[in-house]
Design a protein around this ligand. Structure first.
Ligand SMILES: [Zn+2]
Ligand SMILES: [Zn+2]
Length: 253
């Protein structure tokens, strides 16, 4: 009994679920990528480091950012008319407005003064499902702002919405960094694909500040930051070409 009490204290249900999900992603996604990777990668060299980074993000960056967001996030109260819309419509509005805000926060982080908040995300010189896990405290705090504001559409929603959003965010991040040249022009009118986001990480100056969208590519088309993946020269190379002290990458300063 004492043993299980200790397990329960140190591994609450949410941590156990996260660990199980991570093990599933580790096996299934790595195997899927290895069938036909977009870029050659020695997984045993990058995985141990990135698993450590994942723990730093989960137990360091996320709690600190959540704490900061409590002080600076804005949660509007929406009119009753909006709140009476069907849940499916409110979910679509949440995704559209949150993603539009994410696009502009991302664009801001690619400007000279805010680049330091986002460097860590672009630091890896390789691309695969776990490469996009890096995000500084300042990046996560800033990116959370539009989603918290858009979260007003989901007030009074069923309990599972919270878990669905966490799952969607995880799947989205895994997918856009996936080490396969997946995607086509038709699909890329609707959703960001791996090859679409790989261009965003490219170290080729022609690709700087391009394909900034996180979920809906329409923002890149509307705001002039779209680069067609069919027109780029492969293979792409990644990274920021400088070494920055880890603590500065972590905080984003
Ligand atoms: Zn970026
Ligand atoms: Zn990325």
């Amino acid at each position: 009994m004492v043993f299980w009490d200790i397990v329960r204290v140190f591994f609450p249900k949410v941590v156990l679920v996260a660990l199980a999900l991570f093990a599933f992603r580790l096996v299934v996604l790595t195997l899927l990528e290895k069938r036909n990777p977009a870029h050659v990668l020695v997984y045993r060299e990058v995985l141990p480091k990135d698993i450590l980074v994942t723990f730093v993000i989960g137990f360091g960056v996320f709690p600190i950012s959540n704490f900061l967001n409590r002080w600076i996030a804005y949660e509007p109260e929406l009119p009753r008319l909006v709140m009476e819309l069907p849940l499916a419509i409110r979910i679509v509005l949440y995704l559209l407005i949150g993603d539009l805000g994410h696009y502009w926060v991302h664009r801001l982080m690619h400007t000279r003064h805010f680049w330091r908040t986002h460097k860590w995300h672009h630091a890896p010189t390789y691309m695969y499902w776990l490469a996009g896990v890096r995000a500084s405290v300042t990046q996560v705090t800033l990116v959370n702002l539009p989603y918290i504001a858009a979260g007003a559409f989901l007030a009074f929603s069923p309990w599972w919405i919270f878990w669905a959003i966490i799952l969607k965010n995880t799947a989205q991040n895994d997918f856009m960094h996936f080490n396969r040249w997946w995607g086509n022009r038709w699909l890329e009118w609707f959703i960001v694909t791996p090859r679409y986001h790989h261009i965003h990480h490219s170290d080729n100056p022609d690709h700087y500040n391009s394909n900034l969208a996180a979920l809906f590519p329409i923002w890149d088309h509307l705001f002039g930051t779209y680069v067609d993946p069919d027109t780029v020269q492969k293979p792409l190379r990644f990274g920021i070409g400088e070494s920055v002290p880890p603590i500065r990458l972590f905080i984003g300063i």
